[in-house]
Design a protein around this ligand. Sequence first.
Ligand SMILES: Cc1cc2nc3c(=O)[nH]c(=O)nc-3n(C[C@H](O)[C@H](O)[C@H](O)COP(=O)(O)OP(=O)(O)OC[C@H]3O[C@@H](n4cnc5c(N)ncnc54)[C@H](O)[C@@H]3O)c2cc1C
Length: 76
Amino acid sequence: MIFTGGIKVEPIKSNKEYELNRYNQYVIDDYYRIKGESCVFAIGDVAQILDGDVPIPPTAQSAEQSGSTVAKISPG
Ligand SMILES: Cc1cc2nc3c(=O)[nH]c(=O)nc-3n(C[C@H](O)[C@H](O)[C@H](O)COP(=O)(O)OP(=O)(O)OC[C@H]3O[C@@H](n4cnc5c(N)ncnc54)[C@H](O)[C@@H]3O)c2cc1C
């Protein structure tokens, strides 16, 4: 069996152009807000989550952690 799995994100259609990294993940700040936005968050595979300067691999664990954090800190 030959299997290839890609981890490049399918860009989300939007009227606005946001900064993406080379995997099409949104560049976010320390609070998971998409760069330049005060109340638009990106979590999981679509977000470039960093540990310091090092990107965290897109896994279910990091998706759950980022989702749970944003659920606590987001205003609504
Ligand atoms: C083959 C494979 C094996 C993996 N194995 C592991 C593993 O063993 N352990 C691990 O931790 N991680 C593993 N991963 C990675 C893990 O699956 C992902 O990191 C995780 O699912 C990311 O969660 P997410 O919620 O960000 O995205 P997803 O789980 O991809 O969820 C995104 C959801 O959004 C929906 N969606 C997309 N576009 C739209 C739209 N326009 N409108 C509405 N809904 C939309 C999709 O249908 C999907 O349901 C694996 C991935 C692959 C591909």
